[in-house]
Design a protein around this ligand. Structure first.
Ligand code: CO
Length: 250
C-alpha cells in the first residue's frame, strides 16, 4: 500500500480527531491515582471517547478486547485492562489510546507516574518523550522517513536505554495502521521521502534495560525480557511545507 497524502479536507478531519483524543488523554492523566484498576482507566477512556461522539478504534482491532492499552512498569505496550490489576504508588503506567472521528483515526500514548516515582523512572519517561521531539525535528517535507528514526536512535544511545525494535510507528488516516512503518532505531537506508499531507504516528518505546521484548500468553501484552521498566510516547503528526504539526498535543 502506498503512503496516503491527505487533502485539506481530510487534514481538517484528522486535526479534529486528534484534538478530541488529546482531551481523552488529558482526562485520563488527571484521573490516575494509586488504588485504581487498569480496567477503571479503560472504562473512563472508553466513555470519554463515546461522549465526544467518537468510536474507540482499538476495541476489537485484531481481537483486542478493550479501548485503551494500559501497560505497567515492565509492560511495554498493549497491556489488557483488568479489574484486579491495581496501580500502586511508584508505578509507571503507559496509556495508549485512539479514536475514530468521521472516519478518521487518531493515535497517541503517554507514560505517567503513579504518585511519587523514583528519579530513574522519571528520567526514563522524560527521555522517551524527548526522543520523540528529537525525531520530529527531522519530520520535514524533503527529508526522508528514516531521518526521524536515526535522530531518535542517536538521542537515546548515550543513555544506554534499549530501543524496542519489534514494534514500530506507522502511517494513519482512514485506517489505524497505514504505510509506512516507522522504526525508532537507526536505519541504513533513508526510506521514503516525506511529503506535505502525510500523517504519521511516531511512537518510541524505550526500555531502561535491554531492548528485547516478549509476549505474554494473552498474545497481547508485550513485556521486557529482562524485567526492566519501559516508557512509551506517541503522537499523530502532520507533515507540512514547514514545521510538522503535532496533532494530538493538548
Ligand atoms: Co500507534
Amino acid at each position: 500500500m502506498a503512503i496516503t497524502i491527505k487533502s485539506e479536507r481530510e487534514i481538517e478531519l484528522m486535526r479534529e480527531s486528534c484534538r478530541l483524543l488529546s482531551i481523552v488523554h488529558k482526562e485520563m492523566e488527571e484521573a490516575i491515582r494509586p488504588g485504581m484498576s487498569t480496567m477503571d482507566i479503560d472504562i473512563l477512556g472508553d466513555s470519554l471517547i463515546r461522549k465526544l461522539g467518537c468510536i474507540p478504534n482499538f476495541k476489537n482491532y485484531n481481537g483486542y478486547p478493550a479501548s485503551i492499552c494500559v501497560s505497567i512498569n515492565d509492560e511495554v505496550v498493549h497491556g489488557i485492562p483488568n479489574k484486579r490489576r491495581i496501580l500502586q504508588e511508584g508505578d509507571i503506567v503507559s496509556l495508549d489510546a485512539g479514536l475514530i472521528y468521521k472516519g478518521y483515526h487518531s493515535d497517541a500514548a503517554r507514560t505517567h507516574g503513579v504518585g511519587q516515582i523514583s528519579d530513574a523512572a522519571r528520567k526514563l519517561i522524560d527521555v522517551t518523550r524527548q526522543s520523540f521531539f528529537e525525531g520530529i525535528k527531522m519530520a520535514k517535507a524533503g527529508n526522508h522517513l528514516h531521518d526521524i528514526s536515526n535522530a531518535i536512535d542517536a538521542f537515546i544511545k548515550p543513555y544506554g536505554y534499549g530501543i524496542v525494535t519489534d514494534l514500530v510507528g506507522h502511517g494513519i488516516g482512514t485506517n489505524l495502521h497505514e504505510d509506512p512503518q516507522i522504526p525508532n532505531f537507526a536505519q541504513r537506508k533513508r526510506g521514503p521521502k516525506l511529503r506535505p499531507g502525510m500523517t504519521l504516528a511516531i511512537e518510541p518505546m524505550i526500555n531502561m534495560g535491554r531492548a528485547d521484548v516478549e509476549w505474554l500468553s494473552d498474545d497481547w501484552t508485550v513485556v521486557t525480557e529482562d524485567g526492566s521498566w519501559s516508557a512509551h510516547y506517541e503522537n499523530t503528526v502532520l507533515i507540512t511545507d514547514g514545521e510538522p504539526e503535532i496533532l494530538t498535543l493538548y
